[in-house]
Design a protein around this ligand. Structure first.
Ligand code: NOJ
Length: 569
């Protein structure tokens, strides 16, 4: 028995060591459980998503203020190849075209975010409201509704107004709570008659950890061991305040819902028979999803977080825990402030127990006393961190059901990227990813998990934060080199369309043909795209070379004429 356990641990550890060496995937090797044929409940909502900074571009147009991502990406060395979201997909100018793409897929909903500095350039309501920004979102919402696509609107997908970071220290400062509430209130006032699904924050874990602990994301602060906890504390309070604002001022008129979108990878114990691994995996979940979900559903941080951070803080000689505390009033104010829970899920990790001595310094990561491992047999076609492990999705959804009293869930992000030197619209691995992950979600629905909708991430290729444009998550390929940023459907568009129109996976015979049919269409689009460098070249010739040559000719003629005339007189 012990031998067996040891062998299993060794297997994962050895595999984890050679993690980046495997290039070829075998999709069948790590199957856990078989494919389930069946459909989703009637009314299940299918969608795709995006976020403002990642797609809109127009970073300084029509009165928009600067966000922390504008400032961060403009600094050298922060983003891969020093790319920025300055123009990105130019989504600010392509609402009509993009809605056509959604309509073609017969999406039921579209998840997008509002850029706070686009509608409040200075971050503060009393300072300025930018009507042009409001008009942009007004128009987007109206056009979605005209096309029977429900808007699911995120208020904060990471683009804090830069002035608030400069003047107050951003989410380190509790004054953000009221500023955010004022901003949300304006959104409810202006858009709430037509928007019924509000998400306060997208992935607060990233905002806190990557923004204020590791500094990989804007605003790029490295406040190890304290910054993330403080940011999260203010974000949780801001979420609760906005929920109460909606509840008391708008709900009866507008009849919508306010939720939050949390990201959650699944943490599986390396050895499921080892109590220490089981506890470590649970800690992983509590420090990740539970950090935010437990206060919103139960009123306080997970006990294990309080214990671990508290103990480590004491060992470090600190007078109080680095994890802030909620007082009793705050606890009851925060508890129950989630009408639905958004879940963003991409991947899974194996977790094992590991002790980090406190002398190694404070950090969110060492506070957890665990190590994360991956199985190199897991396919990883794109982002380094993203391994395809479909069975983890079902486990995560069941975890949410059992931990938080089976809340209403909308999957707000799920998808896979590719890292491609050459363009390939025949994205076989993405079709497989969607097929397997959506199938695991179907199993979870049959387990009794209350999932109401699914959002494929993402509609378009877009700016992928510190990775710039090197990781493409889109159902649609975007040619960023061309001036008009044309969109091309990848094969997965056809595949997703079939899942949507069948509301799941009706029977084996039909599904077997889906991939083949989807791939048939992408080959010709691939050729089109291959010809694209030529098109870009032509654009350059007509837009730059021709006018320059003409101007030069006119100038030379003018000079020549001048000399001629001079000679005469
Ligand atoms: C989660 C973030 O919310 C989203 O913006 C990003 O594109 C995906 N992760 C993929 O990295």
């Amino acid at each position: 028995m012990a031998q067996c356990r040891l062998l299993r641990v060794c297997h994962v550890l050895v595999l984890a060591l050679c993690v980046s060496a495997t290039e070829d995937f075998d999709w069948t090797r790590n199957e856990k459980g078989s494919f389930y044929y069946g459909t989703f409940p009637t009314g299940f909502s299918w969608g795709a998503g995006s976020s403002a900074y990642q797609t809109e571009g127009a970073w300084d147009k029509d009165g928009k203020g600067m966000s922390i991502w504008d400032a961060f990406s403009h600094k050298k060395g922060k983003i891969y190849l020093n790319d920025t979201g300055d123009s990105s997909c130019d989504g600010y100018y392509t609402v009509k075209e993009d809605i056509r793409l959604m309509k073609d897929m017969k999406l039921n909903h579209y998840r997008f975010s509002i850029s706070w500095p686009r509608i409040m350039p200075k971050g503060i309501k009393s300072d300025q409201i930018n009507e042009k920004g409001i008009q942009y979102y007004d128009n987007l919402i109206s056009m979605l509704l005209e096309n029977q696509i429900t808007p699911i609107v995120t208020l904060y997908h990471w683009d804090l107004p830069q002035v608030l970071e400069e003047k107050y220290g951003g989410w380190q400062n509790s004054s953000m709570i009221n500023f955010f509430n004022d901003y949300a209130n304006l959104c409810f006032e202006r858009f709430g008659s037509r928007v019924k699904y509000w998400i306060t924050f997208n992935n607060p874990w990233s905002i806190a950890v990557e923004g204020y602990e590791t500094g990989e994301h804007a605003p790029g602060l490295k406040l190890k061991g304290t910054g993330a906890y403080k940011a999260a504390h203010n974000i949780i309070k801001a979420h609760a305040k906005v929920w109460h604002t909606y509840d008391t001022q708008w709900r009866s008129k507008q009849k919508g819902m306010v939720g939050i979108s949390l990201s959650g990878d699944w943490g599986e114990p390396v050895d499921i028979t080892n109590q220490r691994d089981i506890e470590a995996a649970d800690r992983y979940m509590q420090f990740y999803l539970g950090w935010f979900a437990t206060p919103l559903f139960n009123g306080d941080y997970p006990q294990v977080m309080k214990d671990y951070v508290g103990r480590k803080s004491a060992q470090q000689g600190l007078g109080s825990s680095r994890l802030p505390t909620f007082n009793p009033q705050e606890k009851s104010y925060i508890r129950g402030t989630c009408d639905f829970l958004g879940i963003g899920h991409f991947t899974t990790r194996y977790i094992t127990q590991k002790n980090y001595p406190s002398i190694r310094g404070n950090s969110y990561f060492t506070d957890r006393d665990l190590a994360e491992l991956v199985d190199p047999q897991w396919p990883d076609p794109g982002s380094e961190w993203l391994y395809s492990v479909p069975w983890g999705f079902r486990r995560l959804l069941n975890f949410v059901k059992s931990q938080y009293g089976n809340p209403m869930i909308y999957v707000t992000e799920n998808g896979v990227s590719e890292k491609m030197v050459c363009t390939d619209l025949c994205d076989e691995w993405r079709m497989q990813y969607f097929k397997d992950y959506i199938n695991e979600m179907l199993k979870a629905v049959n387990d009794g998990v209350n999932v109401k909708g699914y959002t494929a991430w993402s509609l378009l290729d877009k700016f992928e934060w510190d990775e710039g444009y090197s990781e493409r998550f889109g159902l649609y390929y975007v040619d960023f080199r061309s001036k008009n940023k044309p969109r091309y459907p990848k094969a997965s568009v056809q595949y997703y369309k079939r899942i949507i129109s069948s509301n799941g996976f009706p029977n084996q015979r039909e599904i077997e043909s889906w991939k083949r049919k989807a791939t048939e269409t992408c080959t010709s689009s691939n050729q089109l795209l291959a010809a694209d460098p030529l098109t870009s070249h032509m654009e350059m010739v007509t837009e730059i070379v021709v006018p320059t040559v003409c101007t030069l000719c006119i100038l030379i003629c003018a000079i020549f004429l001048m000399f001629l005339l001079k000679g005469r007189f």
